[in-house]
Design a protein around this ligand. Structure first.
Ligand SMILES: [Ca+2]
Length: 91
């Protein structure tokens, strides 16, 4: 079973994204992702955040924005094992 397959998990992931959106503009930048990955204890955060943007930023505006891109990011996070960690970190 895929991590974050359920609606509630998707909401948890979105809540997590909101929490890492430091400047509150509703867009997730590579820098914000990198800081979040570091906070989760991930290694190779520069590479992973770069790759996450490359994979999930479908409209190529250099930010993760919109439901479709969030789902792509969620899929990548799941591969890194981040999704579960993020849900666990949820307040
Ligand atoms: Ca985008």
């Amino acid at each position: 079973m895929a991590i974050f397959a359920k609606m509630s998990d998707e909401q948890a992931f979105k809540d997590w994204l909101n929490s890492i959106d430091v400047n509150g503009d509703g867009l997730i930048s590579q820098k914000e992702l990198r800081v979040a990955l570091q906070a989760l204890g991930q290694n190779f955060t520069h590479w992973k955040s770069w790759r996450a943007i490359r994979l999930a930023d479908l409209n190529r505006n250099n930010f993760i924005d919109g439901d479709v891109e969030v789902k792509e990011l969620m899929s990548y996070a799941g591969k890194l094992g981040i999704a579960a960690t993020a849900a666990g970190a949820r307040k």
